[in-house]
Structures are given as structure tokens and as C-alpha cells.
Design a protein around this ligand. Structure first.
Ligand code: SF4
Length: 295
């Protein structure tokens, strides 16, 4: 049996910057209370490590009751209102919002001011989209898939908007984004101006493309990452489409050794929030099962 590890598996630039920056903050802290608003990354192992180092995870800035507080902002970013709350309450911010996410905020803000209806493709409950939505002005919709297009088109017609901007969550699926664009163009009146800004980040694109290729050539595919991680779940969907023997695991403990033996070529890919040591633990577990080579 051979295993092929995807070259793009593991932390992306934005997550690496946020995790390393947070560790630095805690190491250099001078008796400050360090908080992180929401999960820094969607990965339980990383969160537990940071908790052990002393970072307090909170869901709402109102939970901070001490004076010398510093709040770490995760790569997904926060809402406009949360920045204002922090400023009004003298809460220090260490901002690790990924520059790619900040770019989406700038784009939607600019187009909302110009009167465009913003159509944001992505998961409604994802923190990144909650943050982005706060910059979208009054007229916008967040849509998760093509089934919701009909309702959105009705909404746009109701408010008589003749300008639409279509953007995506930075980790949205490339295929789904294309389908939504095509359906909107097909179903909107011809006099409506449609501007499309491809805001899916490069790291996500390359990882999805590699997963697509890798899952076509292996006979077993392991996707490693948080089960609550949007980008990891997308990798799982892509791989499963090409390789029916695809599993999604958070750690090596979920690997069934009896299952692995049946396959000759195993592919490994990991989400943007999956640390290298979690990937290495999976590889080590596979290597223990039998002699194999890995690339
Ligand atoms: S996936 Fe892309 S946008 Fe998200 S944190 Fe990583 S580099 Fe930034």
C-alpha cells in the first residue's frame, strides 16, 4: 500500500498567521487577560492547546468583565458592530483577520455604498459571513446553494434593484460558485447589471483542485480536519464525489485499521485549520499497519 499526502494539506497562510500570532501574544503577555472571540480556527486540538496556554475563548465581547483585556480576532474576522463595541469599551484588539477576508469586507462595503444588491454565496451561520454581512448594507442575501436562488431573485425583483454584486465566502466551493453565477445570469432580466467578484481565496482554490485530482487517482481517501470546519467539509464533498471510499476524520483515532488493509493507494488531504502534527499522527498510524511508502 502507498500513501500520497496532498502538498496543500494543513494550515493556510491566514490560519498560520492567526495561530502563531496568538501564541506570541500569550507568551509576551504582561499579566493581561487574553481572550479570543469565537474559535480561533475550527479545530478542537488547536483550541485545546491554546486554552492550555491561557487563552480564554468567549462568544460575545460583553462577557469581558475585566479592565486590562486583550481580544484576539480570528482569521474569519468579526462584524463592524463588534469593532465598534471594542472601541467604545476600551478593549484592546489584536486583529488576525485574514487579509483575504478583509478584502471581501472592502469590496462589499464599496458596492453596497454604490447601491448594489449583494449576493454572498456561503454558509449563513459561518462567522466569516456573519462578519461580511455586516458590511453589506441594507440589501443583501447570503445563499448556501442553488436551491435558494429562486427566492433571492424574487427578493431582488421586489425591491426593484437593477445592480447586483455576487461574491463568495473565501472557502466556498468553486463549482457551486460557478453554478450560482450561471443561474443568476440566466434568470435575471437582461437590464440588470451583474458584477461578479471571485473572492474565493487562492489557498482554497489550489487545495480544492488538488483534492479533486488526488481523489480521482486513489482508491481510499482520508480528509483530516474539524467536522465543524466549512473548508474541510467541502474537501470531503469533492473527494467523495470522485472516490466513494472517502472518510473525514479529526484525529488518527478514527482510522479503522481493518478498513485500511483493503486498499492499495491511499490519498490524504487536510483542511486549512488542521495542524501538521495531526496529519503526521494519521500518517504514522497508517505506516504502523504495514510497510508502505509515502510521498
Ligand atoms: S482559507 Fe484563505 S481566506 Fe481563509 S484564512 Fe486561509 S488564506 Fe485566509
Amino acid at each position: 500500500m502507498e500513501i500520497i499526502i496532498g502538498k496543500t494539506a494543513g494550515f493556510c497562510y491566514g490560519v498560520k498567521r492567526a495561530v502563531e500570532g496568538s501564541i506570541e501574544q500569550i507568551e509576551n503577555s504582561k499579566n493581561e487577560n487574553i481572550y479570543c472571540l469565537g474559535e480561533l480556527v475550527h479545530n478542537k486540538q488547536v483550541i485545546m492547546k491554546l486554552q492550555d496556554k491561557g487563552i480564554n475563548f468567549i462568544d460575545n465581547l460583553k462577557q469581558i468583565k475585566v479592565k486590562n483585556a486583550k481580544v484576539i480576532i480570528r482569521a474569519h474576522g468579526i462584524t463592524k458592530e463588534e469593532y465598534k463595541f471594542a472601541k467604545d469599551n476600551n478593549i484592546n484588539i489584536e486583529d488576525y483577520t485574514c487579509p483575504n477576508v478583509s478584502k471581501v469586507h472592502e469590496i462589499v462595503n464599496e458596492y453596497a455604498k454604490k447601491g448594489y444588491y449583494i449576493l454572498l454565496c456561503g454558509k449563513k451561520t459561518h462567522p466569516e459571513n456573519i462578519g461580511t454581512a455586516s458590511y453589506c448594507g441594507k440589501y443583501f442575501s447570503v445563499i448556501e446553494n442553488e436551491e435558494e436562488i429562486k427566492n433571492v431573485i424574487e427578493n431582488i425583483k421586489k425591491i426593484n434593484s437593477n445592480k447586483i454584486l455576487i461574491v463568495a465566502q473565501t472557502t466556498y466551493s468553486l463549482n457551486k460558485f460557478k453554478i450560482i453565477q450561471e443561474k443568476i445570469i440566466e434568470n435575471m432580466d437582461k437590464n440588470v447589471e451583474i458584477v461578479i467578484k471571485d473572492t474565493i481565496c487562492r489557498a482554497t482554490k489550489i487545495r480544492q483542485e488538488e483534492t479533486e485530482e488526488l481523489s480521482k487517482k486513489v482508491d481510499y481517501m482520508i480528509i483530516i480536519g474539524g467536522k465543524n470546519s466549512s473548508n474541510t467539509n467541502k474537501l470531503y464533498e469533492i473527494a467523495k464525489n470522485n472516490c466513494k471510499n472517502t472518510i473525514l476524520v479529526e484525529t488518527e483515532q478514527e482510522i479503522q485499521k481493518d478498513e485500511i488493509h483493503k486498499y492499495n493507494l491511499v490519498g490524504i488531504m487536510a483542511g486549512a485549520s488542521t495542524p501538521k502534527d495531526v496529519i503526521n499522527d494519521v500518517v504514522k498510524k497508517l505506516e504502523k499497519q504495514e510497510c508502505m511508502s509515502s510521498f
